[in-house]
Write a protein of this length. Structure first.
Length: 121
């Protein structure tokens, strides 16, 4: 039985970053955006691998925040820059991969989480 755990900021930030990366990759590969529910389900699957859980409402909030961020990035970047950024983000999901772009985007994830009050739940 998995325990519901309070996730720290770093874990929330990493989860949001991964959701943005997946959303951008799916958009550039298939021309479609994940729904909020799909993002929340994906988050639950990832967390379950670490024996962690979040309430559905928080997973949906993280899903919505990641959707907002991914769509804003896609709107602001050229297709080539968007493809490159999505690739960099997917590569950066490996903790051994170092990326300045990923670090900046993690900072943006943290800013967005703080703005929503999702830091110390």
């Amino acid at each position: 039985m998995m325990q519901s755990a309070k996730l720290n900021l770093d874990t929330r930030k990493a989860l949001m970053f991964a959701l943005v990366a997946e959303r951008l990759s799916a958009f550039y590969e298939h021309g479609a955006w994940f729904t909020e529910a799909q993002g929340a389900t994906l988050a639950a699957q990832w967390l379950s691998r670490s024996k962690l859980q979040l309430e559905l409402s928080e997973r949906r909030t993280l899903s919505a925040l990641s959707d907002d961020m991914a769509r804003a990035m896609a709107a602001a970047l050229s297709r080539e820059a968007g493809l490159y950024t999505a690739h960099e983000m997917m590569e950066a999901l490996d903790p051994n991969y170092q990326s300045g772009i990923a670090m900046d985007l993690l900072d943006d994830c943290e800013r967005r989480l703080r703005e929503q009050g999702l830091v110390d739940l």
